[in-house]
Design a protein around this ligand. Sequence first.
Ligand code: ADP
Length: 644
Amino acid sequence: MLRDWNVPFRALLDAAPDGILVCDHLGTLVLVNSEAERMFGYEHDALPGQPIELLIPEQRRIGHRDHVASYTAEPRRRPMGSKLDLHGRRKDGTEFPVEISLSPLTSERGLLVIAGVRDVSDRRELEREKKRATGYLLSAVEAVQEAFLLFDEHDRVMMVNSAARELLGPVGDAPIIGRSFEELTEAALVAETFDLGGEPAGAWHARRLAYHRNPSGVLDLRTRDGRAIRVTERKTADQGTVMTIADITEDTRRAEELRQARELAEAASEAKSEFLSSMSHELRTPLNAILGFAQLLERDRKQPLSERQIERLGHVLRGGEHLLRLIDDVLDLSRIESGRISVSSEPVDVAEVLTEVVHTLEPMASRAGVQIVAPAVAPRTPQVIADRTRLAQILMNFGSNAIKYGKPEGRVAFRTERGPTTVRIVVIDDGIGIPEDKRDKIFEPFQRAGQEAGPIEGTGIGLTISKRLAELMRGSIGFRSEVGRGSEFWIELPAHGDAAAEVSRVRDPEALASRLAVGQRRHTIVYVEDNPSNIAFMRDLVGDLSSVELLTAPTAEIGLELIRARQPKVVIMDINLPGISGFEAVKRLREWPETRHIPIIGLSAAALARDTARAKEAGFDRYLTKPVKVDELTEALERLLQDP
Ligand code: ADP
């Protein structure tokens, strides 16, 4: 009867998007639509009359006939082999995945089976693709060293790697996937996975939740087994959350070790500085007496010395001065190395500094029989950006080396050269020069380039200090040298504008001292000092000054009484005193209305920059370091005594 059906029925079948096969209860194909013919690769009408097995892969054919028999015994509409991986076989023998649904149809030819066949190659390919992509993602997540969890928009775990499983430990019996964040956190609290560090569980939980809801930055936690972990959470575009947890135990430990090492190093450097400061204090105190008295002896006009005595005194003074320089240099170097030195850069007139340096070096040069050739003062001399005192210190170092390592009857020349943005100051000598194999070491501390055993005095730190100071001032230093012909040392500094040269103002200490000495009014000075030789020295010093009456006090307590009672014109205060310190005494003097206005000169062996700063803060008007330089003290006294 079916065969009698006309074209519209056939057209209907052919229009179906799936392949349709009809076979009888013996498994013989009776009707095949064109989609099925295309799918299996047969010509039109080639299939009817063929056994259905033709369309089944060979290895699956066995037993198929039984399937057909059992289906026809109990026919109903169902998908075929729903759990099986079904395949069709094309005419050319190739196979392809299919999905088949079966329906029975009773006809006059007996029971027929209609099979709807769909080629699912594309879908299977997509499924394989998806599986591969998920596999990649999973192995990537697994490869991440940190613990990784991905929560979906309902805050349930979608993905987790084994590092996270290990970190979280057993969190109840249920698997982690699908659990909510809140459940996991509660389970971790119950399992005591974290060390709450004394924080109440409720507060810890709230803090954890707050970070999860609004994650910014990171959250550092500790686990019960002593590990430090860092949680980082970020919201995804579709309201999920990515959470990574890194074990930072090692980093934290290393950071802590570094911090401790730094603290130790700082403490050691502090201790070194303290030691050097107190050592220099201890060394300066006796030097104060030695140099002070030697200077007074040299100047004593009432009892002129014999030539021999003057010569011996010269030795004492030079030895003392050398020792003082050494102390100052070591102190300077240690301050530079501990970064405690600061330079204050400002425009500095090079000619002015050179005049001062040359002036100071003149006596040394004439003793050595060396002639200094200073540059002629041009109407417009260059200015540099530098710390004036430090620049002078460097030029003094270059200059004194040029004289020391020069030759008798030799010459030392100072020259300035202008570059586009820099100024170079050069010190040239025609002395012994530096051997080539020693040149690379001369900027290292205590390296004397072969002069260690020689007769020329030196410490080997001068150039080290000069180089570091130059660098602190954003400058540089360098040299050229030739053995037997001489050396050239230079410092290069940033240039500053082109300001007109200032006339150099060289002070005349003799004149100051004499102005003090001939003053008409008589002034009282109170000197608070416990060291008898320092007191004797001061008596000797101001004994020369007719306008001054000196009162002394061995402790600050006595000194304070004396100052209140006598209202001196100036107070000179030692800092280290047996009872209350000079600092404390000054504080009290500044509090009392009757002593508030009296100028005070501080005198101390502590030569660190911060001591000077502290002294200013404490209320001293001047602060001088021991050993006392006679000129400096005289000048300070003159100023304070003359002030209205
Ligand atoms: P020192 O106290 O020994 O002079 P410096 O650090 O100033 O220390 O110099 C280091 C060494 O460089 C000196 O010992 C000397 O050998 C060498 N030197 C420095 N300047 C000159 C120079 N103008 N001529 C020859 N040698 C020099």
